[in-house]
Design a protein around this ligand. Sequence first.
Ligand code: B1M
Length: 212
Amino acid sequence: MAAEILEQLAEALIKGQAPVVKELTQKAIDDGIDASEILNDGLVAGMSVIGDRFKRNEVYIPEVLIAARAMNSGMELVKPLLLAAGVKAKGTVCCATVKGDLHDIGKNLVCMMLEGAGYEVIDLGVNCTPEQFVKGVQENDADAIGMSALLTTTMTNMKATIDAFTEAGLRDKVKIMVGGAPLTQSFSDEIGADGYAPDAASAVDLMAELVG
Ligand code: B1M
């Protein structure tokens, strides 16, 4: 019975049906299904299908955004229960677009996918200075950061941010993931990041490798 509701929940999320996701999440809660089971076997299961399809170019950005909205409608109900039960996220990640850069569509997608995969995501927004990244990590005791850049002129601020973590004595504690259209794996290696993800779904896989 529980398995059936969770399957329906994942299916509704894949279809981006926010009201149905909300309704089924509430039904699952009312039926006494554990909140982390609803999260992992319903919401996250659906979102990972979307992630895989996105990676294979079977769905595109609008579908991912619609699925993420559906995910949020279920998360709103499940989150307070998870917090009350003391269920821990897989890790905490501070994400932002780097200093000088205002592009946030890709970064927002990465945030949604990470959240969908069970990470606590602190969105530090756009035009984020190295100091703001460091402060964000310190205030939230984050395990990792995700830096996005869309401009060749702002890519260099990624290195400045990594240097700021080294100066703050936090470089060994924090995993650093980078991404954005002008980036490459070799650029990521050059600046000393821990990993580069070419798209939002790969960002989830990479974060799992980096943080677990
Ligand atoms: Co701008 N812009 N823009 N822009 N803009 C580009 C990036 C550009 C390539 C357009 C062009 O000239 N052909 C060009 C950059 C050239 C360069 O540097 N080589 C450019 C420019 C020049 C500019 C301005 C300087 C223009 C001007 O004012 N003269 C200016 C800069 C403002 C600033 O940031 N300081 C500017 C402004 C803007 C808008 C505000 C109008 C708007 C942004 C709106 C917003 O984001 N809220 C905008 C847009 C929309 C674009 C394009 C058209 C689309 C970018 C986008 O959102 N793509 C873009 C041209 C293009 O790409 N066709 C362009 C969709 C998004 C989902 O993809 O962000 O790549 P993307 O994210 C992907 C992956 O890269 C990856 O996952 C995502 C999903 O799979 N990814 C990560 C991204 N971040 C990641 C982080 C990770 C992991 C993966 O880990 C942390």
